[in-house]
Design a binder for this molecule. Structure first.
Ligand SMILES: NC(=O)c1ccc[n+]([C@@H]2O[C@H](COP(=O)([O-])OP(=O)(O)OC[C@H]3O[C@@H](n4cnc5c(N)ncnc54)[C@H](O)[C@@H]3O)[C@@H](O)[C@H]2O)c1
Length: 552
């Protein structure tokens, strides 16, 4: 049978089944019942059906006949469930995805992957009659082996959720199953205290906006002139059918426009255009537009719904998610703002093909930052990544995978500290220095990402001194930045000017400089108090020597 995913077709059929996959203890049966209620359709629990067919509990069949015999019976039953008419909602046993035949068939249907980490899964499964949950270490190995298989088949990824968040995420999964969406687009659920929002990521996400539109009857797009000139029509086409005309308000490109005056101009244009609270603002551009337009959405009539459509690497890997919006003051960056979570994010990596190389490179610095925070697979994957300029041109799928890993890292951090009371500060790794450099150079000398690259090296050097970080990490980051043609040193402001700009950092408490540092990739330490003398030395060390011809 030909697969829609393989042929690049568009998923549409309402016969498409909704299949819940995930490791033991992820809550597949509960979620399947909930989806069945939402859709008013029948549900099949593969494990329960299998037990009925075997005529005995899975545990005893396993005991008497072994795993291989069990897997054969399981595969036969799951193939029947997937391949024939019957219940529309299916909860699969945790191991069913080990069968290649099952994985191939799953491509025809909408797979909702319920994430659960090994620790939590063990807590829920140990002591039960599950035959593969008897010994902790082998349980953990099984988890590591299966996670890539769930990832491979997933069309929607739901982190561990409960209550309202789970309901919203499952409702969005049902909508995705019924929508005309290219198979390259998958949904990642972003959990928030309010329930959360969907992030649609993949080539074709822009074109799918109308089908998946979460907003009101009218859309007001805030964009920068360059982005609107290149992609405005595609946005309007994507929204066709879902909203009436799209009203566009454009801004001159650049960080200098991220200010209170420009926010006022946009707010007044929205008022003159008659925007109401039931309408939706679309932030269509890079991080500057995301922050500026998101801020306008947060304060216009005390808050209207905002859909983020990021068009730069910085936007797609980082700034579009998490609800931090705001503008700069001449005195300091991001000093005026509000938390305002998006209603949805549409992240289409193909938009990056028009991004100037210098912007692609600058965005890579945020990728490095995220990989340092995540550690593990993302950090390792980055070491082998060719320059983004190459990846964008040749391998959109690889680009999507990197973007998705980064945004999921960010969402996981935001989920535990939405309002930036503690852990979320980890996302600021390298940013204290970067923001000071941007402010001290009038937001004109360095792209945000370029400043972040130098800021990361400064933070890593302080981390070596204060936390004993292995110097090889700074060497690796230096090499990665060099490979992407990014500066490794700064020039311009004096050390005293930078120290004074650092003094206005929002993370500063009772006059003390708090930095985010790294003990090792994946091990970030927030609120590290660092003396001015160390900062002064590190700043001096990061300064480009007057004789150097090239940055770095
Ligand atoms: N809110 C957050 O959590 C968060 C996180 C990180 C960064 N940020 C903010 O993001 C901002 C930096 O964002 P940025 O680097 O995206 O800069 P940007 O928005 O200024 O975009 C960079 C340039 O790329 C152009 N551009 C954008 N998309 C394009 C496309 N698809 N094709 C061609 N040109 C395109 C723009 O016109 C602009 O000239 C900073 O203000 C930073 O503070 C916010």
């Amino acid at each position: 049978m030909a697969s829609l995913k393989d042929t690049g077709g568009v998923h549409a059929s309402s016969n498409r089944k909704i299949v819940l996959v995930g490791f033991m203890g992820a809550g597949k049966s509960t979620a399947a019942s909930r989806v069945s209620e939402l859709t008013g359709t029948e549900v099949a629990d593969a494990d329960a059906l299998l037990e009925a067919e075997l005529g005995e509990p899975i545990a005893s069949f396993f005991e008497r006949h072994g795993e291989q015999a069990f897997r054969m019976r399981e595969e036969a039953l799951v193939v029947r469930l997937l391949d024939r008419p019957g219940p529309r909602v299916i909860a699969l046993g945790g191991g069913a995805v080990e069968s290649e035949r099952v994985r191939n068939l799953l491509r025809e249907h909408l797979c909702v992957y319920l994430e659960i980490d090994a620790e939590r899964a063990w807590g829920r499964s140990a002591g039960s009659d599950r035959p593969l949950a008897r010994e902790r270490e082998s349980f953990r190995r099984l988890h590591s082996r299966r996670v890539p298989l769930y990832e491979e088949v997933a069309d929607a990824v739901l982190p561990a959720l409960e209550g309202r968040g789970l309901d919203h995420a499952l409702a969005a999964s049902v909508a995705l199953a019924n929508a005309h969406v290219p198979p390259s687009v998958r949904m990642v659920w972003a959990p928030t205290s309010d329930g959360g929002y969907p992030v649609y990521v993949g080539e074709g996400a822009l074109g799918a906006m109308g089908t998946l539109w979460p907003g009101g009857p009218r859309a007001f797009a805030v964009s920068d002139e360059r982005v609107w000139g290149m992609h405005g029509q595609a946005l309007e086409d994507g929204l066709a059918g879902a909203v009436g005309a799209v009203e566009a308000i454009t801004v001159t490109p650049g960080e200098q426009q991220k200010n209170v005056g420009e926010a006022e101009r946009i707010l007044r244009e929205l008022a003159r255009a008659g925007m109401e609270r039931s309408d939706t603002l679309v932030a269509f551009g890079g991080g500057v537009i995301g922050d500026l337009a998101g801020f306008c959405a947060a304060v216009y009539q005390r808050g209207v719904s905002c859909v983020q459509v990021p068009t730069t690497v910085v936007g797609q890997v980082d700034s579009a998610y998490g609800g931090k919006t705001g503008v700069d003051l001449p005195e300091a960056k991001n000093y005026v703002g509000a938390f305002h979570q998006p209603a949805a994010v549409f992240t289409d990596p193909s938009l990056l093909t028009t991004l100037p190389h210098a912007e692609l490179r600058a965005g890579f610095a945020e990728v490095v930052k995220t990989a340092l925070i995540a550690g593990g697979v993302l950090w390792e994957r980055l070491q082998r990544l060719p320059p983004l300029t190459e990846v964008v041109a040749t391998d959109v799928e690889r680009l999507r995978a990197i973007i998705e890993s980064c945004l999921r890292t960010k969402l996981a951090v935001v989920a535990v500290d939405e309002l930036d009371q503690g852990l979320r500060a980890a996302l600021n790794l390298g940013h204290t220095f970067a923001h000071a450099l941007e402010a001290a150079t009038g937001y004109a000398a360095y792209r945000h990402g370029e400043a972040v690259g130098v800021g990361l090296l400064a933070a890593l050097e302080v981390s070596e001194r204060e936390l004993g970080l292995d110097p090889s990490v700074r060497e690796q980051v230096t090499e990665l930045l060099a490979r992407h043609g990014l500066p490794r040193r700064f020039k311009g402001p004096s050390t005293e000017e930078l120290l004074s700009a650092l003094g206005r950092d929002k993370k500063r408490r009772q006059g003390r400089q708090n930095l985010v540092l790294l003990r090792a990739p994946g091990d970030v330490v927030t609120e590290c108090e660092v003396s001015v003398s160390v900062l002064r030395e590190v700043i001096e060390g990061c300064r480009e020597s007057p004789a150097a011809a090239m940055p770095g």
